[in-house]
Design a protein around this ligand. Structure first.
Ligand SMILES: Cc1ncc(COP(=O)(O)O)c(C=O)c1O
Length: 464
């Protein structure tokens, strides 16, 4: 079997020449995402250098974020594989016997279903909406729909003009459009070490390199950004300032201001993900208000009304509006006008606000249940949030806890699902209490989660 053997050239030690050659080969796509680098011994032999030189070169390439070492398997060019936890919707709340707390889904209720029925009836009685539904429309969405979105977002404490909005097909679609607009293949996108798996997956698919940023209980460690950017310059910084997924952290105002200043100084684009929507009292100043010319804000109805509708809106700076529009055209011409009409009717009737209020009440009740059931553990959750972040007691391993819970037909995510880069994940799990079919199912699941997490048998097993 032939292996990739670069020609080493330039100044400096051989290991650095090899690391540079790896970087160049990735940049030129000679080594595509997911490609395994040659076994160290064989490459050492082919290049006439020691194995130690290869090890150092691969280590340097990993430090640069170009490749990742996978234990027992080799070293691979980053990208080209989904993050391990990017969920395929495999079990749903309807599925027999399973309680799926792995997906951040809004709690369903009969009122929500009635709201959809009324929105559909409204469209049937609305000749303009019906005519719009059947025709091609502008890529940013119809003015009528952008106006409704802008009014609603403004009422929710997210002041925007309709002209700044591009209607899209929800948060994932917004992430994809933003990343392919703001950074090309081989470019760097930075995100917190633990981040939304959809972002990891999209960057991988687009052949972009991820840079892992430090964060703590108060969110992104903004004071480390400049040094990180010096080391590995990145074009885009993806962040969830209101309700970090998965840790639930919220960025304080001082960090927000410093982040906006950093983005301006270094000319970095911010992708601000506001999909996990919280009550206004739980939110701070949106980054797009602090650095409007550098920030794309992602809004979606998925966590307010329904994940099945596939509708949202991106607030984009004027300078990149045309580039974003081109991406929308290339992906799907336009957002489906029928769906935007459904959302429009739902919002205009006031039903959307009623769903939102009821949902926050339901989430508050479920958060209280979760707190009570897991009292004494290191648990983080926020008012209006969908999930809790549970740091496991010493000795517990997240993978084993997930496995044990799966044996009891309960699905949660281990921290590994959210990991950027190859560093070890913390021993923690995310529990989406919003997703349980009802409170009875949640109570059942929480009791069993407590049983597993507190299980001395499990701890004993772990310490063997
Ligand atoms: C932080 C974050 N961004 C984006 C999304 C995707 O949202 P949507 O369903 O609107 O595509 C999710 C869904 O869980 C999310 O948690």
């Amino acid at each position: 079997m032939t292996i990739w053997v670069p020609t080493l050239s330039g100044e400096g030690p051989r290991y650095r020449q090899l690391a540079t050659a790896i970087g160049r080969a990735i940049e030129s796509r000679e080594l595509g995402p997911g490609t395994r680098l040659p076994p160290q011994r064989r490459l050492a032999h082919a290049l006439g250098v020691t194995v130690g030189t290869i090890t150092r070169a691969y280590g340097e390439a990993e430090r640069q974020g170009w490749v990742e070492a996978r234990v027992g398997s080799g070293t691979y060019v980053r990208g080209g594989r989904e993050s391990p936890g990017f969920s395929h919707v495999s079990v749903t709340r309807e599925n027999d016997g399973w309680i799926d707390l792995s997906l951040a889904m809004p709690p369903g209720d009969a009122e929500r279903d009635a709201g959809l029925r009324r929105a559909l009836a409204g469209i049937q009685a609305d000749p303009t909406a019906l005519a719009h539904a059947l025709d091609y429309q502008p890529e940013g969405g119809l003015d009528a729909h952008r106006n409704i979105y802008a009014r609603w977002m403004t009422e929710l404490g997210l002041p925007v003009d309709a002209d700044e909005l591009i209607i899209d097909q929800g948060g994932m679609n917004g992430i994809f459009i933003a990343l392919c607009t703001l950074a090309g293949p081989g470019r760097r996108v930075a995100a917190e070490r633990l981040t939304y798996p959809g972002l990891i997956s999209v960057a991988g698919q687009l052949g972009q390199r991820l840079v892992a940023l430090d964060h703590d209980a108060d969110g992104l460690a903004v004071d480390t950004l400049a040094a990180r950017h010096d080391q590995q310059p990145f074009d885009v910084l993806y962040v969830m300032p209101e309700h970090q997924n998965p840790t639930t952290a919220r960025l304080d105002e001082a960090r927000r201001a410093a982040l906006a200043a950093f983005a301006r100084e270094r000319e970095v684009w911010i992708v601000e993900d506001g999909v996990q929507h919280l009550p206004a009292a739980e939110r701070g100043t949106p980054l797009y208000r602090l650095a409007p010319e550098r920030t794309v804000y992602l809004f979606s109805v998925s966590k307010i009304l329904s994940g099945g509708l596939r509708s949202g809106a991106m607030r984009v700076p004027a300078a990149i509006r045309e580039r974003v529009s081109a991406a929308v055209r290339n992906i799907s011409w336009m957002p489906p006008p029928l769906i935007a009409s459904v959302v429009g009717h739902w919002i205009a009737s006031g039903d959307a606000d009623r769903v939102r209020t009821r949902q926050f009440d339901e989430l508050a009740a479920r958060a209280a249940m979760t707190r009570a059931a897991l009292s004494g553990f290191d648990l983080r959750l926020r008012a209006g949030g969908f999930y809790a972040w549970l740091e496991l007691p010493p000795g517990q391993r997240a993978a084993r806890v997930v496995e044990r819970l799966a044996a009891e037909r309960i699905k949660v995510n281990a921290a590994e699902a959210f990991c950027v880069g190859s560093e070890a994940a913390p021993q923690a799990i995310r529990i989406c209490f919003s997703a349980a079919r009802d409170r009875a199912a949640l109570a059942d699941a929480l009791a069993r989660i407590r049983g597993v997490v507190a299980s001395p048998e499990l701890q004993a097993w772990q310490t063997i």
